[in-house]
Design a protein. Structure first.
Lengths: 241, 188
């Protein structure tokens, strides 16, 4: 469909009144068209006002208990928290500083500290700008940090920091419809455990792993909310050699 | 009507990102009634509606960053998720029986009349007025799509109208609603 043809369907899309094929095409278009995305957001706001004002029911307490129990059993959510990532990078930089102190003469420490501080600043600036590739480039300067590439039908480049923080620096995974998500799995100690869902576009998703037992990383395509176990094929994978 | 400011919701979102379960409890306290209500209205099935509401809040917990306060309120985001999931379920083949049961209680011409349910369900005056001002055929097409969970092609078939006609009615009706509610200061 052309841009104009898609624009004619935006109000219907906001009401979930288009067919699956049209929905996929519109979603793909919205990824690259700010004007249309803004228009859909406005239509959704109107639709939700209609829905919200016309119905509100008493909620049984058992429903919250069900939500709580689901939280307890759910996979660890991926948190795209800049603060925690910076803390992780900061911890890694602190390790760098420790190495510097142990292996250089006292007179060199000051300049090394300045260099480490500048490195951290560069990482912070790259993250703040959403430049995950740049953040990865700087972060891999940290001792024991490394970059791995998951390959298959799609490709994802992931930076692994020595404190057990990982983040997706680049990805060319195909766009998914809104009811589907990519899920990241960690292979460690002979087991496969979920690391959570990748954010839309994958790049910038963060996760935690155990550096001592990491054996591989796998991406699968799942329903939007994710799954506890998966029998789906790997979209992209990397294994320790 | 949504009364929380974007700043409140940005802070709530950040707490969710930080893994604060109390933030989820707060979001649930604010919005679970309307989330469940919408799911129940569309599915006409209490059990299914509770499943959907549970799923919507668990999704919020797992992926809080998908909610963008710059693009709308949390209530709007949650209701969009609720509506989408409800529509998916009633359209899916696996829910065919549910749909048949539901359709049996919502025969054409007897169900999903916004006007009939507005008063007892305390619809806001501005929104009620905006709906009343719509041409009847536009309002019917919107309510069949939104509350009935039908695609515009299904609406066209149910009404015996051309697909293009129904498409235009929904598009124009939504544009009118948006303009009216925007002029009232309650929509973007």
């Amino acid at each position: 469909m052309t841009h104009d043809e898609i624009r004619e369907l935006l109000a219907l899309h906001a009401l979930h009144a288009v067919d699956d094929g049209e929905r996929e095409e519109i979603e793909a278009h919205l990824d690259g068209c700010d004007d249309c995305r803004g228009e859909v957001d406005d239509h959704r706001s109107v639709a939700s006002l209609i829905g919200a004002q016309s119905i509100e029911v008493d909620v049984p307490h058992s429903l919250w208990e069900r939500v709580e129990s689901e939280l307890a059993s759910t996979v660890t959510p991926i948190r795209r928290d800049r603060v925690s990532l910076l803390a992780a990078v900061g911890a890694a930089a602190a390790m760098l500083v420790l190495v510097v102190v142990q292996t250089t003469r006292l007179t060199d420490v000051r300049s090394e500290l300045v260099a480490a501080e500048m490195q951290l600043t560069q990482v912070e600036q790259a993250i703040a700008a959403g430049d995950w590739t740049g953040a990865a480039a700087v972060a891999t300067g940290v001792p024991d940090a490394r970059t791995v590439t998951l390959t298959g039908d799609g490709r994802a480049i992931i930076t692994l920091l020595p404190d057990g923080t990982g983040f997706v620096a680049e990805s060319d995974l195909a766009a998914l419809p809104t009811d589907r998500s990519y899920q990241l799995w960690i292979v460690q100690g002979g087991e496969v455990v979920s690391a959570g869902l990748l954010r839309r576009g994958a790049t910038g998703s963060t996760f935690r792993f155990d550096p001592a037992s990491l054996e591989g990383l796998v991406v699968t395509e799942e329903e939007a909310a994710g799954v506890v176990t998966s029998d789906g094929p790997a979209i992209a994978a990397w294994f320790e050699t | 009507m949504e009364t929380k400011t974007p700043l409140d919701e940005a802070a709530l979102r950040q707490r969710l990102i930080n893994g604060d379960e109390q933030a989820l409890a707060e979001a649930y306290r604010r919005h679970s009634g309307v989330v469940l209500g919408l799911a129940q209205r569309i599915t006409r099935n209490r059990t299914l509606a509770e499943d959907i509401a549970q799923e919507v809040f668990v999704r919020l917990w797992r992926n809080p960053s998908r909610f963008d306060p710059d693009r709308g309120t949390l209530r709007s985001y949650l209701l969009t998720q609720t509506h989408g999931r409800s529509v998916d379920l009633i359209r899916s083949e696996s829910s065919r029986r549910i749909r048949e049961d539901r359709d049996a209680t919502l025969a054409p011409g007897t169900g999903i009349s916004i006007e009939d349910e507005v008063v007892e369900l305390r619809m806001g005056e501005h929104i009620r007025q905006a709906l009343e001002e719509l041409p009847q055929n536009e309002r019917a097409a919107i309510e069949m799509a939104y509350f009935g969970g039908h695609s515009y092609r299904q609406v066209a078939a149910l009404l015996g109208e051309a697909e293009g006609t129904v498409k235009s009615r929904i598009r124009m009706g939504m544009a009118r609603l948006g303009a009216t509610l925007s002029a009232s200061g309650i929509a973007p």
